[in-house]
Ligand binder design. Structure first.
Ligand code: APR
Length: 311
């Protein structure tokens, strides 16, 4: 039987992810949105692309949560996207309400699903999903680190004039302004970039990475990035439903790893059919450790703000 992936939110990120899943043919897809007609229209359009792509999966567009029942993976992309001048954190209370509603409605119908949370501020939204579902924390994972790392990989590849796929990068911490790109763990075919690029230039690439989402919001003016976010989410969905055990930077619930506890933050994880199967602990130096802890504290602060607001 084919695996079933439900995408909640048929906007830019959700629909682009649906396209990647349908094209790859690895699972059936349910596209849900509160707006009537949009998920149905996009699903029909994608179904009509199947003969061209040689894909035989089923795609359903719906406004009824019942159609998501028995999903193996639920991806949450519902909510507001950023506009120019907004940080991801500005979306906090509006998106928390949406995500809580989505989590409540979906978890009752898919008791074994792995949740992948994309809606921003993502680390906080993963915590909201955890609280509402009451699921095991390993079943709820946030998408941010793959995207931030892909941005860093791109800028490093341009700097070195090499193919982007030959660059591996690691960005840890919360998926916000305090994210922590890790040059020591960023390599071009295994060679640390600290041997290849000057410190001054690396710092410029780090700044561009941290500002990567805002740079795109500034250009688009009416929304935020969606091609790289959906491609990043696709890697996570694929690793879960095919039990690939990919080693990917994702937002995971820390329970003592890195000496931190009780909140989500971006760390390297092994991702398989059970969700986060292992969190990899790296030997961070003092500077890296302090930046990571600062980023963790920023996520914690947002969760506490939300709790104060009654979210
Ligand atoms: N239930 C279901 N869908 C909802 C709800 C809800 N309660 N509220 C809003 N939506 C839908 C909207 O109707 C819209 O189709 O969520 C979709 C969001 O799509 P876009 O506005 O295109 O936003 P997108 O670019 O896809 O970003 C979605 O992902 O990357 C993050 O920061 C981004 O938080 C944002 C999210």
């Amino acid at each position: 039987m084919k695996k079933k992936v439900s995408i909640i939110g048929a906007g830019n990120v959700g629909a682009s992810l649906a396209q990647l899943l349908v094209y790859s043919g690895i699972c059936d897809v349910v596209l849900f949105d509160i707006v009537n007609g949009v998920p149905q229209g996009k699903a029909l359009d994608l179904s009509e692309a199947c003969p061209l792509w040689g894909s035989s999966i089923n795609i359903t567009g719906t406004n009824d949560y019942k159609d998501t029942a028995g999903s193996d993976v639920i991806v949450i992309t519902a909510g507001l996207a950023r506009k120019p001048g907004m940080s991801r954190d500005d979306l906090l209370s509006a998106n928390a309400k949406v995500v809580a509603d989505v989590a409540k409605n979906t978890c009752q119908l898919s008791r074994d699903a792995i949740f992948i949370v994309v809606t921003n501020p993502m680390d906080v939204m993963a915590q909201v999903t955890l609280k509402v579902t009451g699921f095991n924390p390993d079943m709820i994972i946030g998408m941010g680190g793959i995207l931030d790392s892909a941005r860093f990989r791109t800028f490093v590849a341009w700097e070195l004039g090499i193919a982007p796929e030959d660059v591996e990068a690691l960005v840890m911490g919360g998926h916000g302004d305090q994210m922590v790109p890790m040059p020591r763990f960023t390599t071009a075919k295994g060679i640390s970039i600290t041997h290849l690029i000057s410190e001054d230039r690396i710092n410029k690439l780090i700044e561009r990475t941290k500002n990567g989402g805002a740079e795109i919001v500034g250009l688009l003016k009416t929304g935020s990035a969606f091609y790289a976010p959906s491609a990043s989410t696709f890697q996570m969905v694929k690793s879960v439903i095919l039990d690939e055990k990919r080693l990917l930077p994702c937002s995971a619930y820390l329970n003592g790893q890195y000496g931190l506890k009780g909140y989500y933050a971006g760390v390297p994880v092994i991702l398989g059919k059970k969700g986060v199967e292992k969190i990899i602990e790296l030997p961070l130096n003092e500077q890296e450790k302090s930046a990571f802890e600062k980023s963790f504290e920023a996520v914690k602060g947002l969760v506490q703000n939300l709790n104060t607001m009654g979210g």
